[in-house]
Design a protein around this ligand. Sequence first.
Ligand code: ZN
Length: 507
Amino acid sequence: MRRIEIFDTTLRDGEQSPGVALNADEKLQIAHQLSKLGVNVLEAGFPIASPGDFEGVRRIAQEVRNVSVAALARANAKDIERAWEAISGAESPRIHTFIATSPIHMLYKLQKSPDDVLEQAIQAVRLAKSKVSDIEFSAEDASRSDVDFLAKVFSGVIQAGATVLNIPDTVGYATPEEYAAFLQSIMERTVGIEKVKVSVHCHNDLGLAVANSLAAVGVGVHQLECTVNGIGERAGNAALEELVMALHTRKDQFNVETSIVTAEIARTSQLVSRLTGMMIQHNKAIVGKNAFAHESGIHQDGMLKERSTYEIMSPSVIGIDVESIVLGKHSGRHAVQQRLTDLGLNLEEGRFEELFSRFKLLADRKKEVTTSDLFSLADEQKEKTDLINLDYLQVSSGTHLVPTATVGLMFQGQRLADAACGDGPVDAAFKAIDKVLGTQGKLIHYSLQALDGGEDAQGEVTVSVKFGENLVAGRGVSTDIIEASVRGYLQAVNRAFSRGWIEILEK
Ligand SMILES: [Zn+2]
């Protein structure tokens, strides 16, 4: 059976989602999981974009194995040198360089003639080839480009040494049949196409990213670019889990296979959602909370008699374990440790004892400690490396009271505290944090939901906060929703601080 390669760009295109700002540690954590998931190529970032991006790519290239690591570069010498510097330590490095080829992009954005664009593309690939053998070339906005011009550019870059040609639908404008026909005619007109791999990269502006990618499989492309949970610029990219499970479940139609370990899909999806702060809609295909839930009586009856009446794939295939061991206040060290290992949550030495005592406190407050609870406890331990931490929180609010909050924070070994009033207790607490730190966050988005089902579920708060021009997301979990809100806000503050977007006033 023909093998389709999965090129994951969660850490590059996905990280460009508004509000997402991952630090190098978080990127590394996702990269390790992507390697476990079995992606063939992992696009780690855009090194020229910022020192933080560079550092994230460099560490992934050095530490993550069993996967090709790609770095993005515009078609110029500076970008390519920087990309190469970042990925030279990788097991199999790939430089991914691009330039726009559509009339609209060449005229307005690049302000260059088609001949200049062709020349620049060839020069860029030649330079990249002097550093590494694996070169991917993307024609940005390919789907709105002239077929003959595009074929000319592709023929030129193949001769210059490109090994993968990417034909993206950058603006999500294509429709499946049209896109397939377009790809076909490019492949017919490009000289040397049989020597290289052909790739597609589809955006979801019309909700067609997955459909367009699958149409491309039909005309024989070799590589699909996608992101976990479909995150990315604007409406996002083709969702990895949807592509993989469509190819897997309908092998009879597509006749291809991937190297993805499907049992890692759910775990990867949850990790990406947690670290990016981008929530997954409940009815999202494959990984949404309701994707395997059956509500109507008729459906439930059918399921009890025979699962295949309403179930086209089993949740266990994507790694949702229906019968996981229940952890509660009687669970011992060993059971908790074992469950953490099963979930791939390996804590640093010494951190386990702290987690275990937090686990005991939580088990006293709720009957069952779920997988989501464990992930949150583990996150909390990781957050201990944050520079600003919550020391204490005290709130008063009620029908006839002015909501007031006092917040104590630990920053550089100092205990800082202040109080503020607000429209409500959450607002008061956020204002108190800003007062303590001398920051000015503007809350753009706030949402609260139960971490998982059941009446004793923990509250999960996600926030997007704007500091100056920069938007950053944060997430907090607690049995107390005000505390969850404060933890979410503090995560956003920590992220903004580690990126140099805010300054903390010395007291
Ligand atoms: Zn893209």
